[in-house]
Each structure stands twice: as C-alpha cells, then as structure tokens.
Ligand binder design. Structure first.
Ligand code: NAP
Length: 302
C-alpha cells in the first residue's frame, strides 16, 4: 500500500506493528511516522532500527497521514486523540489499539477537538484488540468498524493487523469477549506452562529440563493444530489409548473440572472488560474531553 501511516505512541505495540508492517512489506518504512510524549530516545530507537521518521510532535507526525494508529495506554487516549484531531487531515482513518475505549467515546473526543476550520466530515474509526503475541508477529487480533468506515477501511486494517498475526472482523459488542479470550489468553497459557513445569520438577526432572520439554510440547501441539487441520478433540482422541498414560492424566483433569475452570476464567475476564469499559465511559461523561488529566480513570490493561 502507498498510504502514509502515523503512529501516535512509540511503545511495545507500536514497535510490533512497525516491525510487522516493514518485514511483510505491507508498507515501507518511508511511509511511516512515529511520535510519543516523554521519551525521545524511544522514537529515535524506532527510527534507527526500522528507518521510520521520528517526529517531535503529534502535529508533525499526523499532518500528512491518511491512517493514524493510536497506540497509547487507555488512560492517555483522550489527550493523545485530542491533540491528534487538531492537526490530522479531516479524511484521516483512525485505528485504535486501546483496550476498553469505545468507538462512540473516541469519535466524540475527535469531533470535539477538530479545528473549526476543518471540514466537518464523519469520523472513520476502527477499534482493534490485538494480543501480546504481536511482539513476535503471532497476534490473535479482532477489530470492529465504526459506522462511517468503508469496506476499503476494513481491508486496510486487515492488512495492518495481518502483518502481526491473524485477525477477525466482529461487532464492537463482541470485543469484551475477545479481551476475555485471546486478549487474556496468553496469560492462561503461561500459567499452564508454569504448572506443567512445576509438575515435571515435582516428578523428579531438573526444572530447566522440565521447562524446555513443556515449551517444546506447547509449540509442537500448536503446530499440530495449525498444520494438520485436525481439530483439537480429534488430535486428543488420537493420542488417548484405552488404559494408557494420556487417559489416566486426562481423567484427573476432568475430575478437577479443568474445562469448567477455563470457562469460568474467560467469563470473569470478559465481564471485567465490560465493567472497565463502562467505568471508563461513566468517568469521562460530562468531563472536558480535552482536559483528561483531571478525570480519574481506571487502569485498563488486558
Ligand atoms: N502491548 C500489547 O501486547 C497490547 C495488546 C493489546 C492491546 N494493547 C493496547 O495498546 C496500547 C499501547 O500499549 P503498549 O503496551 O504499547 O504501551 P506502552 O509500551 O506503554 O507505550 C505507550 C506509548 O504511548 C505514548 N504516549 C502516552 N501518552 C501520549 C500522548 N499524549 N501523545 C503521544 N504519545 C503518548 C508513550 O510515550 P512516552 O513513553 O514518551 O510517554 C509510549 O510511547 C494500550 O492501549 C493497550 O491497551 C497492547
């Protein structure tokens, strides 16, 4: 694509996206600008590493951009969007990666901040939910289009998110479930790896050896799911011989209601995501959208 793309925020997710976009050739580094707030060394690192243009201000970074990626923490979205909307082109497409910030709220912030000279135009905004594995270009991402977005906008965000993994288009109302499942999911898997490693050590293995075995088992099982195309139930049944070791182990997991525990965890994380999103909206209702420093916000991280 030949689109000019600006990154507002130069942290972990901005770097993952920049790396993925450059590595996969979705766009060239010359098309990308990046800015942040307090740490010039960080944006200069991105310029040195990937060849993108580091900008000292949001105004400089976004003024020519056709697509603007908002890559700041949820608590900073109000301030970053307000500043961005003052200088952005009226036809810019906004893409937010911030957890919990609704399309309606972000659109209101942009509309309130736009300069009076700017063409009014509808705000085109896409809300996305990547996960932490975007750092290794293996994110399981989802996104929802705002009402003013076009099919071309959807195709564009699929190319951007596709540079750091896979992505699915959903309704915005489903993004809490995405947060509870794939947003929080890596932590469940890390927890499983910890538990298996401890179990291996308790069974007499050197902890480092146990960890290496568990890690490769996880990678191997994921590759089997991806490469064979067989579902996990088929793969599980195929390795479960009557009276064998797998059957003995799985029976204990069932006794401990493993599936129920996982289901309850996803439900709890989904509910918490919805709760934090609502809290966010209620806290900022009635507040000056361009004066977020005085508003108390909950911490919204996955
Ligand atoms: N990391 C993940 O795996 C992941 C996964 C899913 C979703 N997300 C979402 O991605 C967003 C960013 O997360 P992150 O992990 O990349 O955070 P991060 O590493 O803390 O980076 C945040 C960046 O935002 C910049 N920033 C803050 N306020 C700003 C402002 N007013 N103007 C311009 N830049 C500003 C910071 O600049 P300074 O350091 O200079 O202040 C920093 O570069 C969050 O909303 C999170 O919910 C992240």
């Amino acid at each position: 694509m030949h689109t000019a793309i600006a990154f507002v925020g130069a942290g972990a997710i901005a770097e993952a996206l920049i790396r993925g976009i450059c590595q996969t050739g979705v766009a060239s580094a010359a098309q990308l600008t990046v800015t942040n707030k307090n740490t010039p060394a960080r944006r200069l690192h991105l310029a040195d590493t990937y060849g993108v243009r580091a900008c000292d201000s949001i105004a400089e970074a976004v003024q020519a951009a056709e697509v603007i990626l908002i890559c700041v923490k949820p608590k900073d979205v109000g301030a970053a969007l307000t500043e961005t909307a003052r200088y952005a082109r009226a036809d810019a497409l906004y893409v937010s990666v911030a957890a919990g910030c609704s399309i309606t709220w972000m659109t209101d912030v942009i509309q309130s901040a736009r300069s009076h000279d700017a063409a009014p135009g509808a705000v085109r905004l896409i809300r996305t939910m990547p996960n932490t594995s975007c750092a290794v270009l293996e994110s399981a991402s989802a996104y929802a289009l705002g009402d003013a977005c076009t099919e071309a906008d959807g195709a564009l965000v699929e190319r951007l998110l596709g540079a750091v993994g896979t992505c699915h288009r959903l309704e915005e109302s489903q993004l809490d479930a995405v947060t509870g499942l794939s947003g929080t999911g890596p932590a469940y898997v890390y927890y499983l790896v910890e538990a298996l490693t401890d179990a291996g050590a308790a069974a007499g293995l050197d902890p480092d050896v146990a960890y290496a075995l568990v890690t490769q088992t996880l990678i191997g099982a994921a590759a089997m799911i991806r490469q064979t195309g067989d579902g996990p139930a088929t793969l599980r049944e195929r390795v479960t011989s009557p009276g064998g070791t797998t059957m003995a182990g799985l029976a204990v997991l069932r006794d401990y209601e493993f599936a129920e525990a996982i289901g309850a965890a996803v439900r709890a994380a989904t509910a918490r995501s919805a709760e934090l999103g609502q809290l966010w909206t209620s806290v900022t209702e009635g507040a000056e959208v361009d004066g977020p420093a005085g508003t108390k916000r909950p911490s919204l991280t996955t």
